[in-house]
Design a protein around this ligand. Structure first.
Ligand code: GAR
Length: 196
C-alpha cells in the first residue's frame, strides 16, 4: 500500500471487539510511526453500537449513520461513502458490519476494502456460521480475513485461524472461541497490508 497517510476507517454494527483489537494493536505496534497509519474513524449503522462509545473514549472520531433513515440500500451506501470519504481512507475495514453492500460501494473501495467472517471460507458464507458448523458435524471452525468483492463473503483470503469444535459446544461457546482468534488475525492481516 502506498501513500504517506494511511488512514483507516472501521465500520461496525455491534460490540466492536475486532475494532478495539485493531485500534489497540495500531498503538501497541506503532503503526503511525512505522506505516503512517492510524485508525481515524469508526462508523456504525447503529447508534447504540457499544463500539462507538469505546472509540469515542479513545479519541477516535465515532459516527452513527442510521440505515433505517434511508429509502434504499443505494441511498444509504451513498451517504456512507460520503461519510467515509471525509476521512480520506487508505483502508476501509469491515468489523462486524452487518450490512450487505451495494456493488457501487464495493467498486468505490476496490483494493482497499477488507472484512472478517466467522468461518473458514469458502465454507459457511452468510449468517449463523457457528450453528451451521456444529450441525454439520465440523471438527474444525475458524475465521477468515478477506478482501471484499461484490460476491458476499468471497474475495482473496488474507489470513485464517482454526479452532476446534468441542463436544457439547453451543453456537455461543464456539463463537467466543473463534472471536479470540479473530482478534489475533485481523490486526495481523491489516499490518501485513500496511507493510506491503
Ligand atoms: C465477529 O465475529 C465477526 O466475524 C462477525 O461479527 C462479529 C463482530 O464482533 N462478522 C460477520 O458475521 C460478518 N458477516 P465484534 O463487533 O465484537 O467485532
Amino acid at each position: 500500500m502506498s501513500g504517506v497517510n494511511k488512514n483507516i476507517v472501521i465500520l461496525i454494527s455491534g460490540s466492536g471487539s475486532n475494532m478495539a483489537a485493531i485500534a489497540e494493536t495500531a498503538l501497541k505496534r506503532r503503526w503511525q510511526a512505522r506505516f503512517g497509519a492510524r485508525v481515524v474513524a469508526v462508523i456504525s449503522n447503529k447508534a447504540a453500537a457499544q463500539g462507538l462509545a469505546w472509540a469515542r473514549e479513545q479519541g477516535i472520531a465515532a459516527v452513527a449513520l442510521d440505515h433505517t433513515a434511508y429509502d434504499s440500500r443505494e441511498a444509504f451506501d451513498a451517504a456512507l461513502m460520503a461519510e467515509i470519504d471525509r476521512f480520506e481512507p487508505a483502508l476501509v475495514v469491515l468489523a462486524g458490519f452487518m450490512r450487505i453492500l451495494t456493488p457501487g460501494f464495493v467498486q468505490h473501495y476496490e483494493g482497499c476494502l477488507v472484512n472478517i467472517h466467522p468461518s473458514l471460507l469458502p465454507a459457511f458464507t452468510g449468517l449463523k456460521t457457528h450453528q451451521r458448523a456444529i450441525e454439520m458435524g465440523c471438527r474444525l471452525a475458524g475465521a477468515t480475513v478477506h478482501r471484499v468483492t461484490s460476491e458476499l463473503d468471497h474475495g482473496e483470503i488474507l489470513d485464517q485461524a482454526v479452532v476446534p469444535v468441542l463436544p457439547g459446544d453451543t453456537a455461543e461457546m464456539l463463537a467466543a472461541r473463534v472471536l479470540t482468534q479473530e482478534h489475533v488475525i485481523y490486526p495481523r492481516a491489516i499490518e501485513r497490508l500496511l507493510a506491503a
